[in-house]
Design a protein around this ligand. Structure first.
Ligand code: C5P
Length: 237
């Protein structure tokens, strides 16, 4: 089966602009990420319309709650027929296990991944909330808890991918944003990697927004990125 590596971030406030972009893409070339903004505005109906067009969906709602509530939310998300969902690893082992158990019982089981540390959180932000560890230590620690709790993988920066790939093996799913084709601008992303470098660092899937959504020809941008990563494999550091 075709397994597109690119996940296009649909960062839009409503269905109409999202669908007009999607109508210029092809499901064999990418999956789609629907996050809090678009899902809050457009709801499950939009997911249906995207899936009717043949696209698989990463529903990026980053659930973080008491175990029962997070588990029920995961179950509800799974029932929408999406391909991938996520939770915050900071919800802790009990919440992660409850989420995993809930989707394991679903007829359609999406891939379940965890967010480790938000990349917007630096050393000082951790100190502020009483965590005496570096962001990198936290990422490793939370990824380990996610793995031990039976989750399928984590969202991480491509800079962290090589270490996590080495630590957790080839089956652990690493979903990496912050990707910029060699010739593209960086927008507001500071630590970026090219698509090929991110695949070689061990990424399983690349989340890409503006380099495709804002391109004059989004389909061509997507084709170019897919061409760049053909055959790109993890190169152990
Ligand atoms: O437009 P761009 O390629 O920067 O979009 C990246 C997408 O990945 C956005 O939806 C953004 O919210 C998401 N993301 C990110 N960095 C993270 C986690 C998610 O850029 N650490």
């Amino acid at each position: 089966m075709n397994d597109p590596k690119i996940i296009i971030a649909l960062d839009y406030p409503a269905s109409a602009p999202a669908l007009s972009l999607v109508d210029r893409l092809q499901p064999g070339l990418c999956r789609l990420k629907v996050g809090k903004e678009l899902f809050t505005a457009a709801g499950p109906e939009l997911l249906d319309r995207l899936m009717q067009r043949g696209f698989e969906i990463f529903l990026d709602l980053k659930f973080h709650d008491i175990p029962n509530t997070a588990a029920q939310a995961c179950k509800a998300a799974a029932s929408l027929g999406v391909w991938m969902i996520n939770v915050h690893a900071l919800g802790g082992r009990k919440m992660l296990e409850a989420a995993r158990d809930a989707i394991d019982r679903c007829a359609h089981r999406p891939i379940l991944i965890a967010v480790t540390m938000l990349t917007s959180m630096g050393q000082q932000d951790l100190a502020d909330i009483g965590i005496n560890a570096t962001p990198a230590e936290m990422v490793l620690r939370l990824a380990a808890i996610a793995r031990e709790s039976g989750l399928d993988g984590v969202v991480c920066s491509a800079q962290e991918a090589a270490l996590l790939r080495k630590q957790f093996g080839s089956e652990f799913c690493l979903v990496t944003p912050g990707i910029r084709p060699a010739l593209a601008g960086h927008d507001d992303q500071s630590r970026v990697m090219t698509p090929q470098a991110a695949m070689q660092a061990g990424s399983s899937y690349l989340v890409i927004g503006r380099p495709v959504t804002q391109a004059a020809d989004p389909l061509q941008a997507l084709l170019d990125i897919n061409k760049e990563i053909v055959g790109a494999r993890f190169i152990a550091p």
